[in-house]
Unconditional design. Structure first.
Length: 372
């Protein structure tokens, strides 16, 4: 797995290229985007080691102590509820939680397996890397290793503890959809006959398939558990960039000849833009939070750089961009009323309709309502 930290300079280079430089004053003013805190706390706080509430206590969404992770584990259900992965301080287990913005509630739907017991086969997910939800309400959880600051909390050694996809049914039952077996690999098949290597981003497509990044490969998983690797001799690598509106999916493809590298929508079955048309350096594939679909081919991107902390919408066709929020820093506190607003660094995003979206931070969910 590529390190996001190592890629940060490249992402910043792309953002600076797309925007014409950082702080030059030449950028057009970003449109006002009213923001609303709908869960957690806007200003991040440090949790005491003995505090058992973060990620564990259900109740009111506003003010809840959240410990959200990882980057792709955020989804929106058909009824408008928001699904995320929280790291429970009370027992060191990951949880699938649901936020109801209308009712101002946060609730735990499922609790994962213990992370520090490699001797037992899994009966639930261990370290979720991404989640997706079907119109039926069934939730799909990709379970793979999570790497944090050179520490690997979820390495599998025992049969029955491999990476895979779990299903959390609308009835509350948890079951293996595909994989969760050793040895790790990219073996296609049905259910436990299939294997995975390292699962990253995952989207539920409008065609009823899960689109999954597994190392350098793009794979699909049906709701019946059939795993298929999408192979093309001219495309050595392809990965999900971001999940999009209306069940769209954006994929970054690396061709044998880099001049052909592009962003591709497998649902619309068309190339959205050539990578070379955007910039000669950097890569959107690792910091894109949300795809706005083939009819509005833009992505919401979190850019990281000492002088350039922005939440940006980048148009994939012409490379234009606009800043919709600044990220807080030591000398720039969180301020949701600022123009543009200053927020805690974003780790995931979901669409709420049109160009409106919600952003997940480590300790909050913030809703952006953009003017037409």
């Amino acid at each position: 797995m590529h390190s996001v930290l190592k890629l940060a300079p490249a992402i910043a280079a792309l953002m600076l290229s797309a925007c014409g430089g950082g702080g030059s004053g030449s950028e057009a003013p970003a449109p006002v985007a009213p923001v609303t805190l709908i869960a957690g706390v806007a200003t991040p706080v440090s949790y005491a080691p003995e505090d058992k509430e973060p990620g564990c206590v259900d109740g009111a969404a506003l003010g809840a102590k959240m410990a959200a992770k990882p980057s792709w584990a955020f989804a929106r259900s058909a009824n408008g509820d928001l699904l995320l992965v929280d790291s429970g301080f009370c027992d060191a287990r990951y949880r699938i939680r649901v936020i109801n913005p209308v009712g101002n509630t946060i609730k735990t739907l499922a609790v994962g397996a213990r992370r520090q017991n490699d001797s037992e086969a899994l009966t639930a997910f261990l370290t979720p890397t991404s989640i997706a939800v079907a119109p039926s309400g069934d939730i799909y959880i990709s379970d793979s290793d999570i790497f944090e600051m050179d520490s690997n909390w979820g390495t599998r050694y025992t049969p029955g503890r491999g990476p895979g996809i779990w299903k959390l049914g609308a009835d509350g039952n948890i079951s293996v959809l595909a994989g969760v077996r050793l040895p790790m690999g990219t073996l296609d098949g049905v259910g436990a006959a299939a294997s995975f290597k390292f699962i990253g981003a995952m989207c539920y497509g409008s065609d009823g398939l899960l689109y999954v990044t597994d190392g350098p490969y793009l794979r699909t998983v049906s709701t019946s558990g059939t795993v298929t690797t999408i192979l093309n001799p001219n495309v050595p690598q392809q990965r999900v960039v971001a999940c999009g509106i209306n069940g769209s999916v954006l994929v970054r493809r690396w061709f044998s000849d880099s001049v052909d590298d592009d962003f591709y929508d497998p649902i619309a079955q068309k190339s959205i833009a050539k990578v070379s048309a955007l910039t000669s350096s950097g890569d959107l594939a690792f910091r894109s939070l949300l795809y706005f679909g083939p009819d509005n081919p833009s992505v919401l991107v979190a850019g990281y750089n000492p002088d350039y902390y922005d939440l940006i919408i980048v148009n994939l066709v012409d490379g234009s961009s606009e800043t919709v929020a600044k990220f807080a820093s030591a000398d720039r506190p969180v301020d949701l009323t600022a123009t543009p607003p200053v927020i805690d660094s974003a780790i995931a995003g979901v669409a709420t309709g049109g160009m409106n979206f919600d952003v997940l931070t480590r300790q909050s969910v913030i809703r952006f309502t953009r003017k037409p």
